[in-house]
Design a binder for this molecule. Structure first.
Ligand SMILES: Cc1cc2nc3c(=O)[nH]c(=O)nc-3n(C[C@H](O)[C@H](O)[C@H](O)COP(=O)(O)O)c2cc1C
Length: 328
């Protein structure tokens, strides 16, 4: 192991929050802060650390209140303008977002932000050059598009990830808790899967996946570069067709995983791949109401219901689903 030497800037991975406070005159003040954690129990608290010599510290000490807004890429310019080290007053005036007051506490909130907490300090610990506030979460404000999430989909929330000096965004969704223990064998198999666009050489193998398929449909999709496959070694185990003729949005017309490879997370892997290949900010698909496995797969993969057509298959409505990319 390497010896890092100076442990002062050794802590990663961090999430950044914009901490909102009020100056003595009531004016809103924001600062990006990444030394943040959480304590579980009654009351649930955010744990926020900062250096003592800060306006933000003074404001919190005086009022006992602050807001904490999840930093997303669209707020980075504003965040940098709030940081003493990179402050740019002209730019600040231009990019300062619309603000509003908290719902439970008198703290400044960023209108339209994805996620923000309103907090009240219940314990303060001073140690070294830092002060740490344990602050009760009194209210959580969530953007409308996050209300329907089945789980905390970080690709939709899109928080900025920080390691000292550098900003990142979230990478791939690796799986759910339990995927790598109880079903470790499956998880390993899933990692060997490669998804890619199909070429003419793949057509024969694709057709073999489901013998009811029309060869012309596959050929046309491959030719139009709308056919995608999941392969395990040299075996094609699933494929999908994604076109862009649905109101100019990405639309998954077909997704089939070979019978013997189902229930291994392959469908989810291919759906995820399509989602990240899709250039439009919304990806749509549809399935019959009677197709429970597909509906479950879509729900697991972050697709939410967005309408239905009853007149296609009588007595078995076609249900439509959408998965949206986070605003950048
Ligand atoms: C991404 C990022 C994360 C930061 N995290 C912290 C932090 O956790 N604690 C801290 O004391 N300062 C942190 N800073 C520095 C403060 O944001 C900066 O000193 C800011 O100007 C706050 O000071 P003020 O309250 O006096 O305006 C961070 C800066 C950036 C850009």
């Amino acid at each position: 192991m390497l010896d890092l030497g100076n442990p002062l800037r050794c802590f990663f991975t961090q999430q950044v929050f914009l901490i909102g406070t009020r100056n003595e005159d009531g004016i809103a003040h924001f600062a990006p802060i990444s030394w943040i954690s959480y304590t579980y129990g009654e009351p649930p608290c955010l744990v926020v650390s900062m250096k003592i010599k800060k306006k933000t510290f003074e404001n919190i000490r005086r009022s006992g209140l602050f807001s904490a807004t999840v930093l997303t890429p669209d707020l980075l310019t504003f965040a940098e303008c709030c940081n003493n080290a990179t402050r740019n007053e002209n730019l600040y005036q231009k990019v300062c977002p619309e603000l509003e007051s908290g719902k439970a506490l008198d703290v400044p909130l960023i209108s339209g932000a994805k996620w923000s907490y309103e907090c009240e300090v219940i314990k303060t610990v001073e140690f070294g050059e830092s002060v740490t506030f344990f602050a009760q979460i009194r209210h959580i404000n969530i953007a409308a598009e996050l209300m329907n999430l089945n789980w905390f989909d970080l690709k939709v929330i899109n928080p900025v990830v920080y390691s000292p000096g550098n900003y990142f965004t979230i990478g791939e969704h690796l799986g759910k808790i339990g995927d790598f223990s109880k079903e470790s064998a499956r998880a390993e198999q899933k990692q060997d899967i490669l998804c890619r666009k199909a070429t003419a050489d793949d057509i024969e193998k694709i057709v073999q996946i489901d013998l009811t398929l029309k060869r012309e449909q596959i050929c046309k999709a491959v030719l139009q570069e709308e056919c995608y496959i999941a392969e395990d070694g040299d075996q094609i185990i699933g494929f999908a067709i994604m076109s862009f003729s649905f109101f100019n949005y990405g639309f998954i017309e077909l997704l089939i995983i070979a019978e013997e490879h189902r229930r291994r997370g392959m469908g989810a892997a291919l759906l995820d791949y399509l989602f990240w290949q899709c250039k439009t900010e919304k990806l749509f698909t549809s399935t019959n109401e009677s197709n429970t496995p597909m509906r479950e797969l879509l729900a697991k993969s972050g697709f939410i219901p967005c309408g239905q057509i009853d007149a296609l298959d009588e007595g078995d409505p076609e249900l439509f689903f959408v998965r949206k990319k986070a605003a950048r």
